[in-house]
Design a protein around this ligand. Structure first.
Ligand code: SF4
Length: 233
């Protein structure tokens, strides 16, 4: 991997895009390849890791969803810690506690994470604004900024701009780091600005493999998915 800043817009995700046999469910990885920070020589190693994690996730697919989500979060945190200890680029991250600009962006989660969030909300008595979720449902990354500003706020973001489910936040929230000005992530002006991100590629590989096995949807769609047909009969 080369030390190169990766710029990106918060736009659509190319789920499952293939690059030399590597399934890319991570927009950050895709941009890192497009912009030359990840080179062709890096791909076989990444593909091996991806295959490894996919096999592991297929093995645990039938476990309780909340346990699957907790496992994904542990793996994600451990991959990020590796970068923090070994990757000079990680020192350039400018995200800080209390900054909540990215909590007003579209967030993709797995169904297992949706189950975990519902359990935590019920356990902690966290009110989930179903009316706001209904307005967020079906709105994609590419047109997220068209929602009214209050409707862009994550339903778990408190009035004090702190995450009410921080220890259980989804993978997408754990791995998003910017090296540009944090305020550039803001969508308050209705504009999708360009940001420079730190790509924790070890974490992105875990994420991409998890999405391959468990799928992904907008938080609004995954928190309260419609019941499966079999449950209605
Ligand atoms: S779950 Fe927490 S960290 Fe993630 S977007 Fe919502 S408020 Fe922010």
């Amino acid at each position: 991997m080369t030390e190169q800043p990766i710029t990106m817009f918060a736009r659509g995700l190319a789920l499952g895009e293939l690059y030399q046999g590597l399934r890319l469910n991570s927009m950050a990885l895709l941009e890192a390849i497009r912009q030359g920070a990840i080179t062709d020589a890096d791909i076989p190693g990444l593909r091996d890791r991806h295959d490894h994690w996919e096999a592991e996730f297929r093995r645990i697919r039938d476990e309780e969803p909340q346990n699957i989500a907790a496992t994904l979060h542990q793996l994600m945190d451990s991959a990020i810690r590796w970068h923090q200890a070994n990757d000079k680029q990680a020192r350039k991250v400018r995200c800080s506690e209390g900054c909540a600009h990215c909590c007003k962006l579209h967030t993709g989660i797995t169904e297992a994470e949706g189950v975990l969030l519902r359990i935590i909300a019920a356990r902690k008595g966290i009110h989930i604004d179903r009316a706001r979720l209904a307005r967020q449902a079906g709105v994609r990354l590419r047109n997220w900024h068209e929602l009214d500003a209050p409707d862009r706020r994550c339903v778990f973001l408190g009035a004090d701009d702190r995450c009410k489910v921080y220890a259980h936040r989804p993978m997408a929230c754990r791995k998003y780091f910017v090296t540009s000005k944090p305020s550039a992530c803001s969508t308050d002006d209705g504009i999708n600005s360009q940001v420079t991100v730190f790509v924790a590629w070890n974490a992105e590989i875990v994420y991409s493999a998890a999405v391959s096995v468990f799928g992904l949807g907008g938080m609004a769609d995954m928190l309260f998915p419609p019941p499966a047909e079999a449950d209605l009969t």
